[in-house]
Design a protein around this ligand. Sequence first.
Ligand code: ZN
Length: 147
Amino acid sequence: MDLKDLYRDVILDHKRQPRNFGVIENADAHADGHNPLCGDRLTVSLRLNGDRIEDVRFQGEGCAISTASASLMTEAIKGKDRAAIHDLFTRVHTLLTDPGALPSPDLGKLAALSGVREFPARVKCASLCWHTLNAALARSAATVSTE
Ligand code: ZN
């Protein structure tokens, strides 16, 4: 099995069985995302403990790439703080957009998203969940600063 087969298997696995699918009741933060190019819609809800994401769920309807990407993201960010998540987002974004970028070993299963850049029209499908996450985190930061 070569790397491309492995990546495709990871994407299909997370599309068929999305991890952390659903909504967190009384979430500390949430945001909706929409990718009009493809029609993907998703909601990300977060349970925060200080700076750390204690729990994350996503819900919505979208293509295989958007669903798999959101599922992979929830697994990758749980337990991480904002700085670590920002770092992760930067590396995923590079992986999705830079044809020369090699997945760093610590990306784990997120490396499977590198296959998406061969289909530039699908990059927004894969990045939608991350932009939605950032929107949720930004909103929660605003809430914290006003309290
Ligand atoms: Zn899509």
